[in-house]
Design a protein around this ligand. Structure first.
Ligand code: DWN
Ligand code: ZN
Length: 394
């Protein structure tokens, strides 16, 4: 296939088989008409963009019942607050406009109540909030904002850009909306971290792209923009925060000497000759066999899953872990409780159930929130199964 970003040749290096919709938690009545697609990943020989081969239409993924809420982790809320403080200090004047692409439940923009702000998101949102545009971000939306209230000094997007298939249109819209001296700041899972940790469960229908410094540099260049800085973030299993400005800008609002931490551009360029692309499938298959082996040793014991994440859909379906291995998955999200996991149909229950009826073993599916969950579940006396230091630990 041809690269969605530059038209170059995309070489497939990974096949994760037939997969259901990652956030498609369902009722029993919906089992028989569940939708599946082929989860395959390739890399562009021209621009190094790692991307899905087959896409599920975004309308099927981000409807008004989209269950994931960014405020479901207090560590993430804290992370958002730290970024908001950084932006207020270094990038946004009081009179400036801040726009967020992927508003979700508003947990980031609530830090900007006293500022001029707009959130853009097509999925479920609180009613009657005049600061929200319920649409996919596009050049039309960009123009609409500029005509209504002017250009943005800061555009922020947390874990959203990698979900947008038409990146060219997205960057075009950013160019329309951004003030000449403004900045786009976005975070997404970092390809090099996924690679290093064989974190193949980061790969699912919603994540169309797995960005690296190289691929972001190239797509920005194509649209009269430039990548000016990037800093690695420990959230979501290893993310990169990218700072993108207009290529022509000289009066960029972030000034290097004042914010040195924002300027440590990490040059871990994705090399096209990287053997990882060839070895990745084998590494994942080893990880799958190892997990199946660990679960076999707990046979006869009660084992459950913790965190009905999008990631767990890929993990459980690729490793074929179903109700025989996991009695239930516990999750705090009300919209997931009472439903069943995509593909494997494991019941999702509330944390109360987990506390009332604790199992012998718990497979940590929300491994990116490990510290927060361990703190919360200090009283759990059973064994945790989790992936650490290159292997599954019990
Ligand atoms: O990019 C995306 C990321 C940012 O969020 C989206 N495509 C969808 C989503 O992915 P995910 O579902 O893999 O995200 P999380 O943050 O790993 O999901 C955590 C899940 O675990 C939530 O359903 C909430 C739940 N949870 C819990 O039950 N107890 C989380 C915590 C912290 C807890 O203590
Ligand atoms: Zn390309």
């Amino acid at each position: 296939m041809n690269c969605r970003v530059c038209g170059g040749e995309v070489k497939q290096f990974l096949d994760l088989g037939k997969q259901p919709i990652a956030n498609g938690f369902l009722t029993k009545r919906q089992f028989s008409k569940e939708f599946f697609y082929n989860l395959k990943v390739g890399v562009c020989a021209e621009c190094a963009m790692v991307q899905l081969i087959e896409l599920v239409p975004p309308g099927n993924l981000f409807g008004k019942n989209y269950p994931f809420k960014t405020s479901s982790s207090y560590q993430m809320v804290k992370h958002q607050k730290q970024l908001a403080d950084f932006i207020k200090k270094h990038a946004l004047e009081y009179s400036g406009l801040i726009v967020e692409i992927g508003y979700n439940d508003g947990s980031f923009l609530k830090n900007f109540k006293d500022y001029r702000y707009i959130g853009v998101d097509p999925s479920s949102l609180p009613k009657e909030n005049s600061h929200i545009i319920r649409e996919f971000f596009s050049p039309n939306v960009g123009n609409f904002i500029v005509e209504s209230v002017g250009q943005a000094q800061v555009i922020v997007s947390l874990n959203t850009l990698c979900h947008i298939p038409n990146l060219n249109e997205l960057f075009e819209a950013v160019n329309i909306l951004l003030e000449p001296g403004g900045v786009l700041i976005f975070e997404d899972p970092y390809w090099d971290s996924i690679k290093k940790d064989t974190a193949f469960d980061q790969i699912y229908d919603e994540h169309v792209y797995y960005f690296s410094v190289t691929s972001v540099e190239k797509v920005a260049e194509q649209h009269g923009l430039k990548l000016v800085a990037a800093t690695w973030q420990p959230v979501h299993g290893g993310s990169m925060r990218y700072f993108v400005a207009k290529a022509t800008t000289r009066t960029f609002i972030l000034k290097p000497p004042e914010v040195p931490e924002a300027w440590t551009l990490i040059e871990k360029a994705t090399s096209l000759s990287d053997e990882t692309f060839n070895g990745f499938q084998d590494a994942i298959d080893r990880k799958r066999r190892a997990l199946q082996g660990v679960l076999a040793t707990t046979e006869g014991k009660r084992t459950v899953g913790y965190g009905a994440t999008s990631k767990s859909t890929t993990l459980l379906n690729y490793c074929n872990i179903g109700r025989d291995q996991l009695e239930y998955i516990t999750d705090t999200t009300l919209a997931k409780q009472g439903k069943y996991s995509p593909g494997q149909h494991i019941p999702i229950v509330s944390p109360d159930e987990f506390h009332k009826n604790p199992p012998d073993y718990t497979l940590l599916l929300a491994w990116n929130h490990q510290a927060e969950i361990m703190e919360k579940e200090k009283k759990f006396k059973g064994g945790w199964i989790h992936y650490q230091r290159g292997g599954w630990q019990v």
